[in-house]
Design a protein around this ligand. Structure first.
Ligand code: FAD
Length: 332
């Protein structure tokens, strides 16, 4: 494999109902830095139906090129069809690096593409860098239960691929009117070629908790003792107009659903304010919330590791402190 043939940094642009997923914009920000370091182009790969008009947004967020596959067959995400388009594009233009959001679509597509291209895939990356000279991607992610950061290299193959967690990279401030080159592609793909059929789209009726979008998160841990004790977390969250977060032990105890879990096996969050109440501060929890704007911890054990990762710490019993906070915030 001649590495000279491979150039540019690509981002798979995830789109739904005409809206680009925030993680794709974040990846354009990260990809721009890698492309500048390599003095190469940053490209977005856009696959869908009636999506061409989104190219201008992709340029505004940092891309130089947008490859577009705009065909009715791409109306809904399906692994086979999207994989065929991405393989077609990659085989034709040979990118050095392809980045995907670590969303259910991104993970599904990246792993499918990796089975066909002669290359590997680093999943759930939280840090990205590139060697200026060689173009080697340095994709880092927590490993061994979050106890170390592992940097994973793909030395023998191109393109190098990684899925990247949402909310860990920063989108650039869009530059209105910034333009680039649109390359329209088309593949001969008939409905009969695709084994998956979309029969019906069922919209969720219950409102899904999106703790990754909340400005204020009040998170509780096993220290609350029981589902009943955990109610003070709900009350404080409600008082502040925030969302409830939880440690894994709380979710495993069945006090709140998994959508509330913060951490390595849950959601990565970056709210303006994060309360960690009765949470010990295990590394697997910390990796999911350490980039919050302001972290306030309440724990009755002054030696709890959470106090090493917070801006303000209150040593004391949550059942004494939280009711006082609720009253104070109500009167504020
Ligand atoms: P504990 O560790 O039991 O801590 C309870 C804390 O409450 C203690 O510090 C105690 O001092 C304090 N406390 C007790 N009573 C009170 C009181 N009345 N008032 C105030 N404080 C009190 N964990 C996650 O959270 N998210 C993850 O995504 C996650 N992923 C994981 C992935 C792997 C592969 C592994 C191995 C583990 C993972 N964990 C995760 C689990 C993690 O290691 C911890 O076990 C977990 O975070 C501990 O939850 P906790 O802090 O609620 O409970």
């Amino acid at each position: 494999m001649d590495f000279q043939d491979y150039k540019d940094i690509w981002v798979f642009i995830e789109e739904k109902d005409g809206v680009i997923a925030p993680v794709s914009l974040e990846l354009l920000g990260a990809g721009r830095k890698l492309a500048d370091k390599r003095a190469s182009n940053l490209a977005g790969v856009l696959i869908g139906e009636n999506v061409k008009n989104l190219a201008s947004t992709i340029f505004e967020y940092g891309a130089d090129i947008v490859y577009v596959y705009d065909q009715p067959i791409f109306k809904h995400y399906r692994t086979e069809s999207f994989m065929k388009a991405l393989l077609d594009c990659s085989n034709k233009y040979k990118p050095e690096i392809i980045l995907y959001g670590a969303t259910s679509t991104g993970k599904d597509l990246a792993s499918a593409v990796a089975t066909d291209l002669p290359t590997g895939l680093t999943a759930d990356t939280t840090e990205l860098d590139v060697e200026e000279e060689t173009g080697l991607l340095l994709a880092s992610r927590p490993a061994f239960g979050g106890n170390i950061m592992a940097t994973i290299l793909c030395k023998k193959y191109r393109p190098q691929m990684a899925t990247v967690r949402a909310k860990v990279m920063k989108a650039l401030t869009p530059v209105r009117g910034r333009m680039g080159k649109v390359i329209e592609e088309n593949i001969a793909l008939a409905e009969e070629d695709i084994r998956t059929k979309v029969l019906e789209i069922v919209k969720e009726t219950t409102k899904k908790v999106r703790i990754d979008e909340a400005d204020i998160i009040v998170a509780g841990g096993k220290g609350l003792g029981s589902a009943e004790g955990f109610q003070i977390i709900h009350r404080l969250a409600e008082t502040l107009g925030g969302v409830v977060g939880a440690s894994r032990d709380v979710v495993e105890a069945g006090w709140v659903p998994h959508a509330h879990q913060v951490g390595q096996a849950g959601v990565t969050v970056t709210p303006k304010i994060y309360f960690a109440i009765g949470i010990s501060g295990a590394i697997q929890h910390i990796v999911g919330m350490k980039n919050s704007g302001l972290i306030i911890a309440i724990n009755k054990d002054s030696e709890a590791p959470i106090f090493e990762s917070c801006h303000y710490g209150i040593v004391g019993d949550a059942f004494e402190i939280v009711p006082i906070l609720i009253e104070e915030f109500k009167n504020a």
